[in-house]
Design a protein. Structure first.
Ligand code: GUN
Ligand code: FE
Length: 427
């Protein structure tokens, strides 16, 4: 096999671990066949004849990884936040998602959605579609065309949903299997994920069937867990025999039996947190959504101290923005308020911890993604932060912090996923 070597030069900053940034001013990332070989300060002489993409003066940072968001809610950004979760779903979310029975509408909105992702520097995402098969195929095809990485899930929901947005479980399973077979390819950047919406909208028969599909095709799982107090009471009523919300998923072998993401996880018991740790379940921490829908503050420090895997999700349109930098800031704010108002012993997230969660933390769900260490895929953003810094010269960590808090999507000059530049004029 021919070795394709590409070298990227610039001011490199990333988090290999949560506690600190790795910085290389005027450094080099050497890639071979789109995977990182070395990240170095000085270019070894053996590479002196190789092509260098020179971004001197720009930041080179890992692309952002958003591990929880809803593509068909894109038009609802900023709507309905006087409601808590259940009335918000009923009055805003379900009526909007129902529109995706129309594939023309899906093409328009999903193109806008994907454009918003790459424009904001999100290179990988784990996405809920709606229950509609054809529109979900459109979403997966648009992701493939864009060059972004994604897990895409056809939503499953066959109870406690309005008539205009509910399925029969047999058809739901058939369509899910069709979608899995069509897109399940190990080398693809776009892959299927099993997506029971949440326990209240899925019958035991549906959960049983989805679990079998997950096992048969070795497909990961995503859902929602313990987001809102009324939701948790409802699950208790529906599954008195099982005893806890997390255990319902576990009962159906959809809680870490395959790679699993549970969104929110705000009000879990200590036993549930222990189960998440034991089974390697990822928490998608979605602070903007949790503020908008008055859901609460997830105990992220407790997860980190308990070795639970954590990534960050925008949860649009529970969250009001697809911007991961804004969501990183919200995660830091949430942790500060948790520290002041809930438990002084849980210290707040540092900028490196929050940045880690938004890159390598969530990136782990995709394999070696979200860092510039050896063997990682080259997913990167080139950020020109000259305007942000004015005349003052700052160290790399300060420049990154300034960009996260104060930068905009206009500062992003190029986006790479697995070594390929994304054409940002495609949609
Ligand atoms: N729980 C079930 N469905 C949803 C949804 O669409 N958004 C959020 N935030 N929570 C949910
Ligand atoms: Fe969600």
């Amino acid at each position: 096999m021919i070795k394709e070597i590409k070298i990227y030069k610039g001011d490199i900053i990333f988090c290999a671990s949560p506690d600190k940034f790795t910085t290389l001013e005027n450094g080099y990332i050497i890639t071979e066949n789109n995977k990182i070989k070395k990240t170095v300060c000085e270019l070894p002489s053996e590479y002196s004849d190789c092509e260098i993409l020179d971004f001197s003066g720009n930041l080179i940072i890992p692309g952002f990884v958003d591990i929880h968001l809803h593509a068909p809610q894109f038009e609802n950004l900023g709507l309905g936040y006087d409601n808590e979760l259940l009335p918000w779903l009923e009055n805003y979310t379900f009526p909007e998602e129902a529109k995706f029975s129309d594939t023309e509408y899906a093409k328009i909105i999903y193109s806008k959605f994907i454009k918003a992702l790459y424009t904001h520097g999100t290179t990988r995402s784990v996405v809920f579609s709606s229950l509609h098969l054809e529109s979900t195929e459109i979403l997966a095809d648009l992701f493939l065309e864009s060059g972004l990485g994604a897990y895409v899930g056809k939503v499953n929901m066959d109870r406690n949903s309005p008539e205009f947005l509910t399925e029969n479980y047999e058809k739901s399973l058939e369509e899910t299997e069709y979608f899995i077979k069509k897109y399940n390819s190990p080398d693809s950047l776009v892959k299927p994920i099993i997506t029971p919406r949440f326990v209240p909208t899925c019958t035991p028969e549906l959960m049983e069937g989805l679990s079998k599909l997950s096992e048969k095709y070795n497909i990961p799982v995503q859902s929602h867990l313990s987001e809102n107090l009324s939701e948790i009471e409802w699950v208790k009523e529906l599954h008195k025999e099982i005893g806890s919300y997390a255990k319902v998923y576990d009962h159906y072998k959809m809680f870490g039996d395959r790679p699993t993401i549970m969104a929110h996880c705000i009000h879990n018991t200590s036993d549930e947190i222990k189960l998440m740790q034991e089974k390697g379940v990822f928490v998608a921490h979605c602070p903007t959504s949790n503020f908008n829908l008055s859901s609460g503050i997830a105990p992220v420090r407790k997860f980190l101290d308990s070795s639970v895997k954590v990534g960050i999700g925008t949860d649009i349109a529970g969250g009001h923005t697809v911007s991961m930098p804004e969501t990183i800031v919200a995660a830091i704010h949430a942790s500060k308020m948790y520290n002041v108002y809930v438990d002084r012993s849980f210290h707040s997230l540092s900028i490196s911890e929050a940045f880690f969660l938004a890159t390598k933390g969530g990136g782990e769900f995709f394999g070696k993604v979200g860092s510039f260490e050896k063997d990682y895929e080259f997913d990167a953003l080139i950020v020109n932060d000259t305007e942000l810094n004015g005349n003052s010269r700052k160290n790399l960590q300060d420049r990154l912090e300034k960009y996260i808090y104060f930068g905009t999507k206009e500062d992003i000059k190029k986006v790479f996923v697995s070594g390929k530049e994304i054409n940002r004029n495609r949609f």
